[in-house]
Design a protein around this ligand. Structure first.
Ligand code: GFP
Ligand code: GFP
Length: 839
């Protein structure tokens, strides 16, 4: 038995002795063993990729030890656990992050050097795990890192998509999407748990059954698939704690439907079973609207059902009374995507555990918390009732029952205000009768969090106003944060070393508020020199990448001006491109004057601050306008980069296939970064925080979390512009009567007139920002945008000043660590405490 084995193993090896050693020669032996036995190549001959695989497996071994100890410790202590449910996790690469969190990066680098390999080169062999779209998904990944580092008893649950977010390929300037079959070369960072499987059911009917003298509902499902667990250990930094990200894959069910096998149609029976796997096959691109897609709903339920079976199984391992459930379990809904979990918990408690409805409801109300990541109405999911009825008939009944009770209660509180009742109902009685997933999540959660302070204000005053008036206590916010482990230590090792040197400690890696200590040194000339050197080396690395990828040579003395994020109208990459066209035009005019007068003095050309403008991001495959923005960027780049009048004064580069590892390379090399959404549209933004940590200055609107960044570093330390959030609605009403600056009309005209080619193709794009259609206020904001850009140019010329601003940016970034966000969630929303593994 288990206990006996433990005694034997302890007697034979001692408690700690069995652990793998991490001195260089032990590491070398382990790597070679993995080359020989895991990768099955000769230890005398293997290439970089095989070396990476062996290296990854040796790191994985070390992760597994810690992970086991952590899980055993959690089991023993039985603390309240947080279960983070998210349909998306954008983990990126694991190798560097793992060895840094384990504190054995240098040992590995030394060990490899003697074997003739470079750690950095092998790290480049790893592909990204791109199981998510954008900010929401990367936030989940940052939060997992913080949960592990801060010793919280946490589990992440998600889906193991076989195809991650599409690869973006640019051909003739247009975006093409290619499938990302990321598991092609194996994935050493996951552990397949063939025995951790659960059946997940769909379709069928609901029948009444006699029970204890009364009736009860029984769901007779029509289809069943198997969910198999894949565990991804997530190591904390500076702690032994290593937590689990458990991702589910769909497999055909073990239970054979004998009928179809006996009809003789064996081949079709197998093919039909195979269809089960499509459930976890592909991540939906774009996270805004997938209304009415059956596969999407199937994915959501599949993931919710498997996760809850696992969570309830774990609870029942050591508890018998469900009234204790809220003492032991907190369920976090990352956006509305997992909100079917609410109906599923009700179903399990009532139908399977036979709790009385009200008792089950009492439990449900204590366990869920919901975080929303959007302000856009199209981001609020709706599920057509017809679809739900066919796929999950019992869940639909449960949602109706919840809604009935809730509306009755509501009538008592607000009276028969039918408009308001219908707005607040979980069920929408429109042309297509639907379930409003956000309303379901709000009604059933004890806390509704926004992702920044202003986002929360918008939720309270606009998006969820009715609910806020009813339940003000439910509404709160936890401003997003990012992990400084990945976004400084992993991606910018030289800045990391510099910070540690000047602070005299590495403690900031776990206690990021210590970065504030840099403020005192912000004027120190020695620090300035070292700071600039680090930044220059990072720019050189980025310049090399740009040249390798696009053939464009850029000068590192130019200002590197970056905008990287998903392409969306509200994020306003188009404003950036139109600004670049304006800059180009000014350079051309200056050149014409130079030629005319043959006199450098008279020309403004000498005053132009050279820039390299870098844009990157994916457009959702069905989002036509976003795709046109990409094409425009490339068409403008083509023109500018090949114009001999411009030379080094201006370059425009579109970086294809933007992802986490591209961000890790680009962010440390950026001087200026743009966060220019129309005020009131970016719920938070997290890119701004990553740039800030790396000492990049921000050019931004007062939107989302930028408002809080201003409070930390001061508006003098960045370049702000644009309409304010409270002004935007009135400006929209004014629409066509708004005065638009001449420069704006003239750059749009250049595009319209085919100056960059593709005249017809760009027409609809131009229409979007002119003639009263300018919903995102590009025209209105253009003037102040150009002024902010001019201010950035001016500051850049004064390198002393710029460097001080850069240092102050890093120094002021402490508040934007996901460690702070997670601590707030733990204390205020989840009610959980650290549970530190003792070794
Ligand atoms: C248990 C044990 C772990 C073991 C897992 C997976 O954890 O040591 O690795 O099961 O089989 F504690 P729970 O899933 O019950 O938390
Ligand atoms: C979404 C929101 C962002 C927010 C993130 C994380 O991200 O404002 O910072 O979620 O909360 F839009 P994107 O997927 O749009 O980047």
């Amino acid at each position: 038995g288990g206990g006996e084995t433990r005694v034997r193993v302890e007697r034979m090896f001692g408690l700690m002795d069995r652990f793998l050693k991490s001195d260089p020669s032990s590491l070398q032996k382990d790597i070679l063993d993995h080359v020989e036995y895991t990768v099955a190549r000769s230890r005398f001959s293997f290439d970089d990729f095989e070396a990476y695989q062996a290296l990854a497996h040796s790191v994985r071994d070390r992760l597994i030890e810690r992970w086991h100890d952590t899980q055993i410790h959690f089991k023993k202590k039985d603390p309240k656990r947080i279960y983070f449910l998210s349909l998306e996790f954008l983990m990126g690469r694991s190798l560097s992050n793992s060895v840094i969190n384990l504190g054995i990066r240098d040992q590995y680098a030394d060990a490899l050097k003697e074997l003739g390999f470079e750690f950095e080169v092998l790290a480049e062999q790893e592909g990204d795990a791109a199981l998510g779209n954008g900010g929401l998904a990367r936030l989940s990944a940052c939060q997992m890192d913080s949960l592990a580092t801060m010793d919280y008893p946490a589990w992440g649950y998600g889906l193991r998509y076989q195809y991650g977010l599409f690869r973006q390929v640019i051909l003739d300037g247009y975006q093409h999407e290619q499938p990302d079959y990321w598991l092609n070369f194996g994935n050493p960072w996951e552990i397949e748990r063939v025995h951790v499987t659960y059946p997940v059911k769909f379709y069928g009917t609901v029948e009444d059954e006699n029970f204890n003298g009364g009736k009860r509902k029984v769901w007779l499902p029509g289809e069943m698939v198997e969910a198999v667990a894949y565990d991804n250990p997530i190591p904390g930094h500076g702690t032994r704690n290593t937590i689990t990200l458990r991702l589910w894959a769909a497999k055909p069910s073990d239970q054979i439907d004998m009928e179809s096998y006996n009809t003789g149609d064996y081949i079709n029976a197998v093919v039909n079973r195979q269809r089960a796997e499509t459930i976890s096959s592909v991540l939906y691109p774009d996270d805004r609207s997938y209304q009415g897609k059956e596969l999407r709903l199937k994915q959501q339920y599949f993931f919710v059902s498997a996760s809850l079976q696992d969570i309830i199984r774990r609870f029942k391992d050591s508890h018998s009374n469900f009234d204790d459930f809220p003492e032991k379990v907190a369920l976090q809904l990352n956006d509305t995507h997992p909100s079917l979990a609410i109906a599923e918990v009700m179903r399990v408690l009532v139908d399977e555990e036979h709790l009385e409805w009200n008792r089950a409801w009492g439990i449900v109300c204590k366990i869920f918390s919901f975080t929303t990541h959007t302000v856009l109405p199209e981001g609020l999911e709706k599920v057509p009732v017809d679809l739900l009825e066919s796929l999950l008939p019992r869940h639909l009944q449960i949602i109706y029952d919840i809604n009935f009770d809730y509306i009755e209660e509501l009538k008592k509180k607000i009276g028969l205000d039918y408009d308001r009742l219908s707005r607040m109902s979980i069920v929408e009685d429109g042309a297509v009768k639907s379930i409003r997933m956000a309303n379901l999540a709000i009604v059933c959660s004890h806390t509704v969090n926004g992702v920044s302070r202003v986002h929360s204000e918008l939720l309270k005053t606009r998006v969820f106003k009715d609910f806020y008036e009813l339940w003000p206590h439910k509404f709160d916010y936890k401003t997003n944060g990012v992990t400084q482990r990945r976004w400084i230590v992993v991606s910018n090792p030289s800045l990391s070393a510099l910070i540690s040197k000047w602070l005299g400690t590495e403690a900031w890696i776990r206690d990021v508020d210590l970065l504030a200590g840099l403020q005192e040194q912000a004027a120190n000339v020695d620090l300035h020199e070292e700071w600039r050197m680090v930044r220059k080396v990072n720019k050189m690395r980025l310049a090399e990448y740009i040249e390798a990828m696009s053939g464009i040579k850029v000068s590192v003395s130019a200002m590197f001006d970056v905008q990287i994020k998903r392409i969306h109208e509200y994020k306003r990459q188009l404003l950036n491109i139109l600004g670049i066209i304006h800059r180009y035009d000014c350079i051309k005019v200056a050149y014409a004057i130079l030629i005319l007068f043959q006199n450098m003095e008279k020309s403004d050309r000498t005053k132009v601050v050279p820039r390299v403008c870098i844009i990157g991001g994916k457009a959702a495959p069905g989002y036509e306008i976003a795709k046109k923005i990409i094409k425009l960027c490339n068409a403008v780049a083509e023109k500018i980069n090949n114009d001999p009048d411009v030379g080094d004064l201006l370059k425009l580069v579109f970086i294809p296939d933007y992802n986490v590892s591209v961000a890790e390379l680009v962010i440390p090399g950026a001087d200026l970064s743009q966060h220019i959404s129309t005020a009131g549209h970016e719920a938070s933004g997290t890119g701004n925080m990553k740039f800030l940590m790396n000492g990049c200055l921000l050019l931004a609107t007062e939107d989302g979390s930028t408002v809080e960044i201003i409070e930390e570093i001061g508006e003098d330390n960045m370049f702000l512009f644009g309409a304010k959030m409270h002004e935007v609605p009135a400006l929209r009403v004014k629409g066509p009567t708004l005065k638009v600056p001449l420069q704006f009309a003239s750059v749009v005209r250049m595009v319209r007139d085919g100056y960059f080619g593709f005249q017809d193709y760009f027409e609809s794009l131009c229409d979007k920002v002119e003639g009263g259609n300018d919903f995102y206020l590009l025209g209105y904001d253009f003037q102040s945008y150009l002024e902010a850009q001019a201010a950035a140019d001016k500051a850049f010329v004064d390198q002393e000043k710029w460097t001080r601003m850069s240092i102050l940016s890093t120094a002021g970034s402490g508040r934007f660590s996901s460690d702070r966000t997670i601590e707030e969630y733990a204390e205020k929303t989840w009610g959980i405490e650290p549970c530190k593994c003792p070794f």
